[in-house]
Write a protein that binds this ligand. Sequence first.
Ligand code: RB5
Length: 148
Amino acid sequence: MKIAIGSDHGGFELKELVKPLLGELGHEVDDVGCYSLESVDYPLEAKKVVSLVRDGKADRGILICGTGIGMSIAANRTPGIRATLCHGLFTAEMSRRHNDSNILCMGGRVTGPGLAMEMVKVWLATPFEGGRHSRRLCQIDSEEQECS
Ligand code: RB5
């Protein structure tokens, strides 16, 4: 898959650790920044990854800020983006199975690197279950009667 990854300064160090893992797993990585610990604004970094996923230029995205909260709020403003803030293996797995997550958000000041790596592996490998969950995702952006 092609994976777009972005962070602010609070997520920069974790982004730098996750990036090589994506390559090792056989994915193509598009790092949109930031590129240092210098302070930057997370909404602007989120928009870069969101655009790539929304436009089909990346299959999935990963966004990391200090807590993951700002990134998830910013990314979820765009229809079709399902950015899920995850804190462990269960949320990483369920965000794929039930929510068809297309952007994984993590907190670089919350989640340690070892756990984050395992979360990324699970999130990338877990399929969407479809069925009733497809109807529920449809209901997020549509009128209820349009979703079956
Ligand atoms: C930056 O200090 C911090 O606010 C940001 O990384 C993030 O945690 C916002 O939600």
